[in-house]
Design a protein around this ligand. Structure first.
Ligand code: HEM
Length: 537
């Protein structure tokens, strides 16, 4: 039973419907020629060889032969849905982003949830981080908030991303194991990268085995900037808070479900929406004034750190409802191209070195995944506002641009001189003062890898702590290199000595050196609240 979205149609839905086709009673070739028989190829006699001349057979088989496109290099397995976002009150005090101004406006969204490590055909309930990617089709262009369900990341610099992924993916010699993190290479890498410790706490917790996509938080992770109409900047962290709360599976349950119903999460999302039980999230922001950049005991640019909610409260500024399943998995869920660099006026980047690397990676990978430079023209990726520039040609170009002019400045269209408006209407990058010189070095402000790991561990209830200990035990029991296991346990001692000992004992690993567990610097006592005014500034 298909439910009509509560909100009626929207601009994106109307746009997509122009590309949607229904089955017709007649089957034709791609050139529109009706075919007489869809069962038999053309033969020289009923028992003779098939004729090369049979263009109907050739076209059908050729198209089939080319059905597959490369899966995403990460986040290959996913499920997605359409919906809308609405802001509760104008955020003009902080940002000029058009979709965050008017509570009466419903902005269409397309959201894809994913696992990170598994292939397209892998199971849903494995222990892994989940992607939480939201495309807002705004009137100022597409804005993508490409986040995860865990608020921090394994590494601090994009330079290490290929290494991280190579360590977590199946091993190159035998393509084993297909399931997430339980193997030597991952633990080898993780134990040599102390900056991953905080993320490991989350990855071994119940957050990494969610019960449902509908019951996960989402996070933008990096610190971004909001820019208002006066050009003023505030730092912002994005949060998605699920209406259904946060729920995990038990590990035993997760493993059994993976065997019995590999599509558990995608089925859950699909069925909830088909039944009219639309999942909802609230968008929360943590707002930090520009001059408080250095007010914390950690670096805002470090993606292995959260800003604890006790230090900067999360303020809920809007809600997102997913109310329509895709018509076609390939055309929508598979061909959608998210990119953290798709921003709109009023939202800008920071110098987080992980984010900066991502800004290069996504379009680059999509050029090969989606075949050329024109994938922004695919129905799911098109903006709902007009777009125009003088880019032309390329593989699979679909737009037919009129006239002789494909350059700027120009004066040949009706004798007029069309120029780019150099005024303030377009995207303005925040004019941040930058510190020279150019260096290939990490800032010492990124050095503390354990305080927040301990903070997370200590925030857990007693049973949740047991789950984390069990998670480490299970995963490390699959790691067969004694030195790697030892190194990992020694790292854990920096977080909590008891945790390290409890993980080590049943695995026959030597207890960690007690000195290694000596405390590290804590946070400065600092709390920042930026009240969002009722009436726009
Ligand atoms: C895909 C999140 C770091 C490269 C994705 C997707 C998500 C995501 C959610 C799936 C998008 C979809 O559903 O189609 C994140 C987060 C990161 C992170 C939250 C860290 C905070 C990185 C880094 C790189 C990277 C550092 C590379 C330097 C990619 C690539 C894809 C991808 C190549 C595949 C995109 C495609 O084929 O369309 N990421 N990622 N990611 N990510 Fe990341």
């Amino acid at each position: 039973r298909r439910q009509k979205p509560a909100n009626g149609t929207n601009a994106k839905q109307e746009q997509l419907s122009n590309f949607t086709t229904d089955h017709t009673p007649l089957i034709t070739t791609n050139q529109g020629v009706q075919i007489p028989d869809n069962h038999n190829s053309l033969r020289a006699g009923a028992r003779g060889p098939t004729l090369l001349e049979d263009f109907i057979l050739r076209e059908k088989i050729t198209h089939f032969d080319h059905e597959r496109i490369p899966e995403r290099v990460v986040h290959a397995r996913g499920a997605a849905a359409h919906g809308y976002f609405e802001v509760y009150r104008s955020m003009s005090q902080f940002t000029c982003a058009d979709f965050l101004q008017d509570p009466a406006v419903k902005t269409p969204v397309f959201v894809r949830f994913s696992t990170v490590a598994g292939s397209r055909g892998s199971a849903d309930t494995v222990r892994d981080v989940r992607g939480f990617a939201v495309k807002f089709y705004t009137q100022q262009g597409n804005y993508d908030l490409v986040g995860n369900n865990i608020p921090v990341f394994f590494i601090q610099d994009a330079m290490k991303f290929p290494d991280l992924i190579h360590s977590v993916k199946p091993e190159p010699n035998n393509e084993i194991p297909q399931a997430a993190s339980a193997h030597d290479t991952f633990w080898d890498f993780a134990s040599l990268m102390p900056e991953s410790t905080h993320m490991l706490m989350w990855a071994m917790s119940d957050r990494a085995i969610p019960r449902s996509f509908r019951m996960m938080e989402g996070f933008g992770i990096h610190t971004f900037r909001f820019i208002n109409a006066r050009g003023e900047s505030h730092f912002v962290k994005f949060h998605w808070k699920p209406k259904l709360g946060i729920h995990g599976l038990a590990w035993d349950e997760a493993q059994k479900i993976a065997g019995k119903d590999a599509d558990f999460h995608r089925r859950d999302l699909w069925e909830a929406i088909e039944n009219g039980d639309f999942p909802e999230w609230e968008l929360g922001v943590q707002l930090i004034p520009n001059d408080k950049e250095h007010a914390f005991g950690f670096d805002l640019l470090d993606p292995t750190k959260v800003i604890p909610e006790e230090m900067v409260p999360v303020q809920r500024i809007g809600r997102m409802v997913l109310n329509r399943n895709p018509e076609n998995f390939f055309a929508e869920t598979e061909q959608v191209a998210f990119h953290p660099g798709h921003v709109v006026p009023g939202i800008d980047f920071t110098n987080d070195p992980l984010l900066q690397g991502r800004l290069f990676s996504y379009t680059d990978t999509q050029i090969s995944r989606l075949g050329g430079a024109n994938f922004h023209e695919l129905p799911i990726n098109r903006g709902v506002c007009p777009f125009h520039n003088f880019q032309r040609d390329g593989m699979h170009r679909m737009t037919i641009a009129r006239g002789q002019v494909a350059y700027e400045p120009h004066s040949l269209i009706d004798g007029k001189d069309f120029r780019v408006d150099g005024g303030s209407a377009g995207f303005q990058s925040f004019p941040e003062d930058l510190e020279p010189p150019k260096v290939r070095r990490r800032s010492p402000s990124f050095d503390d890898h354990f305080t927040q790991a301990r903070l997370f561990f200590n925030s857990q209830s007693a049973p949740e702590k047991e789950h984390i200990i069990a998670g480490f035990r299970f995963e490390l029991s699959k790691c067969e290199v004694p030195a790697v296991r030892q190194r990992m346990v020694d790292n854990l001692a920096h977080v909590d000595e008891k945790l390290a000992r409890r993980v080590a004992e049943p695995l026959g690993i030597n207890p960690p050196d007690a000195k290694a567990a000596a405390g590290r610097a804590g946070f400065r006592d600092h709390r920042i609240t930026m009240p969002i005014e009722e009436s726009p500034a």
